[in-house]
Ligand binder design. Structure first.
Ligand code: C5P
Length: 305
């Protein structure tokens, strides 16, 4: 039977812990990070076409490249190369994850394109390791495939599932303009060269946090959220301090810059508290958009047409 197209739904991520080690010879930093997939998704549809095209729809469609540099297009080309066929498909991305927001939006689209194209082309996933292709595309792409909660090491691509009891409720404060991930890592290197490494966790495993999330006790988790990239993101975007303060003043248990930012993630006591915090943050004018999302949720998966 000929398949007309395949759609994958892929979650955003936050890092409950992001420890950044030294810069490696390959230009990446060694990480120790605790990923959590959140219920905020992009949908990626792949259909047979005369040539490779990318169309972006949805609330966050602006600022997403629709040429061959789009990570979803690069994912399809990588898979096509791997199995020796042409990448002639149309890719449609229904974009809801913030762009350049530190929530792995581009990685999500790459992961979605990989599993949708693998389905369309009937790729035998016992023969072709999508995780390996994912890791070549970007440090966060493997986690976008697997989802849930996971400890990431290496440059973030080596994953071990982590026990996360219950569901946590988050509020996300989204900025109008993104931050470039390489710029934020470079700023961290600059701050470190200037002697500022007071808050660094480095590559130590976040054992205390892992125990807390396994227990499902959100109040034990809140004080343990940590991001080594946060000082660098705040240095590049000082106004984020106000956003972080506004979230905790609105009643969040804790707030943290998500990944390389500028999205700020606030952990709340329960779903009702998250709605209250979101309402108050929306009114405070410190963010372009405010959303609630809970997690962990599953990674990239096919959805029926
Ligand atoms: O792997 P990804 O394409 O997401 O990385 C984007 C950039 O972020 C890299 O080129 C690098 O500058 C920086 N990065 C890093 N160390 C990591 C992950 C990303 O320095 N572990």
């Amino acid at each position: 039977m000929m398949i007309g197209g395949a759609t994958a739904r892929v979650p955003a991520k936050i890092n409950l812990h992001l420890g950044v080690g030294p810069l490696r010879d390959d230009g990446f930093h060694e990480l120790s990070t605790l990923f959590c997939a959140l219920g905020m998704h992009d949908d990626v549809t792949v259909r047979p076409a005369e040539e490779l095209t990318v169309t972006v729809t949805g609330e966050n469609r602006r600022a997403v490249p629709s040429d061959a540099s789009n990570l979803a297009a690069r994912a399809v080309v990588a898979l096509a190369d791997r199995i020796g066929r042409s990448p002639d498909v149309s890719i449609t991305i229904d974009k809801h994850i913030p762009v350049a927001g530190g929530m792995a939006g581009g990685s999500a689209d790459a992961a979605g394109a990989l599993i949708a194209a693998a389905r369309l082309w009937r790729v035998d996933r016992d023969q072709v390791d999508l995780h390996e292709i994912a890791a070549e595309l970007g440090s966060d792409v493997p986690f976008s495939l697997t989802g849930g909660a996971a400890l990431g090491t290496g440059r973030g691509e080596k994953l071990l599932p982590v026990l996360h009891r219950g569901e946590f409720h988050w509020v996300l404060a989204v900025s109008g303009t993104g931050l470039s991930t390489p710029d934020v890592y470079r700023e961290l290197d600059r701050l470190r060269a200037a002697g500022d490494r007071t808050t660094d966790a480095g590559t130590a495993r976040p054992d205390g946090l892992m125990v807390a999330i396994a227990s499902g006790d959100v109040r034990a988790v809140a004080p343990l959220l940590h991001n080594d990239l946060q000082p660098a993101a705040l240095s590049l975007r000082p106004l984020l301090r106000r956003t972080l303060r506004a979230g905790t003043e609105a009643g969040a248990l804790a707030g943290i810059v998500s990944g390389s930012g500028p999205t700020c993630a606030f952990l709340c006591a329960d779903a009702a508290a998250a709605v209250d915090v979101a309402a108050e943050l929306s009114g405070s004018g410190v963010a372009k958009a405010v959303r609630t999302a809970s997690g962990p949720v599953a990674g990239a998966r096919l959805v029926p047409h």
